[in-house]
Write a new protein. Structure first.
Length: 107
């Protein structure tokens, strides 16, 4: 499915919308966890954009931030919904995962 998304994004979403019950489990849970674990080894054409931290804060909708979560993303999926008054900050501190450390393509 991800190959289809890369080749023809309109067809990908049309197919997904017309077959939600059958295809959502393929592109979402439980596949998300595996995709997160293998993300570094899957080459894809980059999608997205870069935005500065200053620009993010300037456009942040909530001025009264009550919680800041700073994480190395090792266990972040267990936090659940922290709501709109949470500012997530992700930092890269490397890995202690032996499988990744032995992978010649790990960055």
């Amino acid at each position: 499915m991800m190959d289809l998304q890369e080749r023809n994004e309109k067809l990908f979403y049309k197919l997904l919308i017309e077959n939600v019950e059958e295809l959502l489990p393929v592109v979402y849970t439980p596949i998300v966890g595996e995709a997160c674990q293998k993300y570094g080894g899957i080459f894809r054409c980059p999608q997205g954009f870069y935005i500065s931290f200053k620009e993010i804060l300037k456009n942040w909708p909530e001025m009264r931030i009550q919680v800041i979560v700073v994480t190395d993303v090792e266990r972040i999926l267990g936090l659940g919904d922290l709501g709109c008054q949470c500012l997530p900050i992700t930092i890269d501190v490397g890995t202690n995962n032996e499988q990744l450390l032995k992978d010649e393509f790990y960055i």
